[in-house]
Design a binder for this molecule. Structure first.
Ligand SMILES: C[S@@+](CC[C@H](N)C(=O)[O-])C[C@H]1O[C@@H](n2cnc3c(N)ncnc32)[C@H](O)[C@@H]1O
Length: 325
């Protein structure tokens, strides 16, 4: 186990709303697919105590170690006032493997599953994910993974880089930015740090939009982070597995932080909620298809003004929830 040099920092987003939609009750079982700082896990654990169980997963070993430490000091930890230590299972792994993880722990079919996507403040501040602080270009949630942002910049070809920046960052100056990255490479220079990448992006922009370098950098950094951590592929595999594993009447709650993820969740829920797909001219239904889920959030929920004042990082968050029929 690696030592955590500093306490894991993360303010949970939309916590009250997550609990409203999950409705945890004593004796029920839940999966927190993204433990992070453990804000959701601690709150759910208290509500399902003493008999209920929670299985909490994170790719990041630091998140797991931090929460393990909190559990072992639970008597002095007001966040975990009620819970039964044995009923919180921590698992370092990828939520895309949820089926295997549940099987491995012989965890019962869950009453609810929550995934709060993206990254924690702890990761944002120390993994080279933000251009606001000078750090090596790492971006990995799972520190044992080989692929880093630096490797991508050093080795992906022009088309692949452009595709990532366009698809995951929706950056319209992708072509110019990729050209600058390749020029830097051709000079035998490595792009190693957040500041070095920021400078490349700023230099690539045409003069009239140079003052918007922060906006382009935000999009390019986001695109690299999504690629490094395979964020969209993970979500695509996770959603059907999570839904299949839920008990009938179980609830799936997903919090997203960018439009690509939100679109995926929205379309997934819409597909489940769809009933008959026969053409309207059919006098009666021949497909026999019934809705598998009821969507609980017609529109995605966002943080209130009061929450945003306390935690501005909640601004992009969107919550969608569905119940399995
Ligand atoms: C926004 S934070 C979760 C915060 C948490 N809800 C809380 O209240 O503290 C997202 C977490 O998900 C983890 N994560 C991202 N992708 C993951 C994946 N595919 N599998 C497991 N964990 C993942 C990140 O390492 C990070 O710790």
């Amino acid at each position: 186990m690696t030592k955590i040099e500093q306490k894991y920092q993360h303010t949970p987003v939309l916590l009250k709303e997550v609990l409203e939609y999950l409705q945890p009750c004593p004796g029920q079982n839940f999966v927190d697919a993204t433990l992070g700082g453990g804000g959701y896990t601690a709150a759910i654990a208290n509500l399902i105590a003493p008999e209920g169980g929670i299985l909490s997963i994170d790719l990041d070993e630091d998140a797991i170690n931090n929460f393990q430490f909190l559990i072992s000091n639970f008597q002095t930890n007001p966040k975990l006032k009620n819970h039964n230590e044995k009923n919180i299972i921590l698992h370092q792994g990828n939520f895309r493997d949820l089926d295997k993880i549940i099987k491995q722990h012989e965890f019962p079919p869950p009453d609810g599953i929550v995934a709060d996507l993206g990254l924690s403040s702890y990761e944002l501040e120390r993994r080279g994910i933000s251009f606001q602080t000078e750090q090596p270009l790492d971006m990995r949630f799972d520190q044992s993974q080989e692929l880093t942002a630096k490797f991508i910049l050093q080795s992906y070809d022009e088309n692949r880089l452009r595709k990532i920046f366009e698809d995951y960052g929706e950056e319209k100056f992708s072509r110019r930015i990729v050209k600058k990255i390749l020029e830097t490479r051709d000079k035998g220079q490595e792009t190693r740090t957040t500041n070095e990448l920021y400078q490349i992006i700023a230099n690539a922009l045409p003069k009239p939009v140079k003052h918007k370098a922060d906006d382009s950098a935000r999009r390019i950094f986001q695109a690299l982070r999504i690629e490094v951590n395979h964020e969209l592929e993970n979500l695509e595999e996770f959603l059907p597995k999570a839904f299949a594993l839920l008990k009938t009447g179980g609830r799936l709650v997903v919090i997203t932080f960018h439009s690509l993820e939100d679109r995926m969740v929205k379309q997934f829920f819409a597909g489940l909620a769809k009933g008959c797909v026969c053409p309207p001219e059919f006098p009666q239904c021949l497909c026999g298809r019934n809705p598998q889920a009821k969507i609980l959030t017609k529109k995605p929920l966002a943080a209130t003004e009061a929450e945003l004042r306390r935690n501005p990082r909640a601004r992009p968050a969107k919550l969608r929830a569905a119940i399995k029929l």
